[in-house]
Design a protein around this ligand. Structure first.
Ligand SMILES: [Zn+2]
Length: 385
């Protein structure tokens, strides 16, 4: 039944883009997981073929670029440091990235304008972490975490209002608030995003900034070494996987600029924090420096630095808005391909590499092409994967 529709879609596709033909991702199974070659990723996104130097692989330049290292999870995407879901691997002499990272990291960042949800967000929910009897991280170098999160939140509020956003604070004083209650605040505002502000704690040498987006279902948290059964669960927050990662990248880019040196850039990471996974709106959690380090403690307790931090968070939010609504300008041929992709039909997609990865109920997923290995690259719907 769907084959006829697919063939029709393929006809549209071929007519629109006679030089590129129907797109067919070649999937490779490595250690029970689907991978695609970096060469094909470059081809798909119209980037120059990858430049390889030892373990390093580079595609493109500037704000359309991917930098990878074989056997590592750390990557740079459009100049922003990332922790990937799975390590880059090498197979048949070619560097490969996991299908999960293609769909959950590269796709939303390379083509943010294709993300359908949340373009018209008007409200920013600012969540000052901790409060009341929960002081958060403490040290002798600065006030308690709960005081500094509120200080930054209060500086951020007028900046966002001046930029035309409605601002909602989960707390405006030193009070305790449950985590699910914080996440629920954003749900009351249809066109909202959620930004949780925290400060970090660790070894006294640890410094710098990191930004968290919810881990996609079927992917481990950055902090955990291996995939667990519980990692396969899909949460309400996973509905917004593309928005979450784009918002995290946009805000983290500005925060790492604030911190300046690359040694203070700890990258965009993945976790399953309550305020992220229970959130039905695009949500991130910022760890804006270490209370446990004397230099960081001095910086983050300084009102001038807190104001600059607020300014950089605001700039990141505005970058996110711009990326969602304008993205980058593609060459005319690419626009035609994208148009025909939008017309492609839906077919069920089943992960072949692991029984555990079959989508619940065999949910339909939009495909962009026809072939023996149909790979979804526009999985912007709930419960995919
Ligand atoms: Zn905290």
């Amino acid at each position: 039944m769907w084959l006829t529709a697919l063939q029709a879609a393929a006809g549209v596709y071929l007519a629109a883009a006679p030089t590129s033909g129907a797109w067919n991702w070649n999937l490779f199974e490595v250690e029970g997981r689907d991978y695609v070659s970096v060469d094909q990723v470059a081809e798909f996104y119209r980037l120059p073929q990858p430049a390889r130097n030892g373990e390093s692989v580079k595609l493109g330049t500037g704000d359309k670029s991917i930098e990878l290292k074989v056997s590592r999870k750390e990557a740079e995407v459009n100049g922003v440091r990332f922790s990937l879901c799975f390590p880059v691997t090498e197979h048949q002499g070619k560097p490969m990235v996991s299908r999960k990272d293609l769909v959950k990291v590269f796709e939303p960042l390379m083509r943010p304008e294709r993300i359908p949800y949340g373009k018209a967000f008007k409200t920013v929910v600012i969540d000052a972490g901790h409060g009341g009897s929960e002081s958060g991280a403490r040290s002798r170098y600065c006030p308690a975490e709960k005081e500094m999160t509120l200080a930054v939140a209060k500086r951020l509020r007028p900046l966002l209002e001046a930029a035309g956003f409605k601002v909602v604070m989960t707390r405006i004083r030193d009070e305790q608030m449950d985590l699910p209650e914080r996440a629920a605040v954003a749900e009351s505002y249809e066109n909202s995003i959620f930004v949780s502000i925290h400060f970090n704690s660790g070894s006294s040498a640890a410094r710098g900034v990191e930004t968290y987006a919810l881990a996609p279902a079927g992917s481990p948290s950055t902090a955990s070494e291996r995939l667990r059964m519980s990692d396969y669960q899909s949460f309400p927050g996973n509905v917004n996987d593309p928005n979450n990662v784009l918002l995290a990248a946009a805000v983290h880019r500005r925060m790492s600029q604030l911190w300046g040196e690359s040694r203070f850039d700890r990258g965009v990471k993945r976790a399953r924090f309550v305020v992220l996974y229970q959130n039905r709106r695009p949500a991130i959690l910022i760890e804006g420096g270490f209370v446990s380090n004397p230099e960081d403690g001095r910086l983050i307790s300084n009102p001038d630095f807190q104001l600059r931090m607020a300014e950089h968070i605001k700039m990141g939010i505005m970058d996110y808005q711009l990326l969602l609504n304008e993205g980058v300008q593609y060459e005319p041929g690419m626009m035609m391909v994208m148009k025909s992709e939008a017309e492609a039909v839906e077919v069920p997609l089943v992960e072949t590499s692991s029984a555990m990865m079959i989508p619940r109920g065999g949910l339909p997923i939009t495909t962009v092409a026809v072939g023996t290995n149909i790979l979804d690259v526009t999985p912007f719907r709930p419960d995919d994967f």
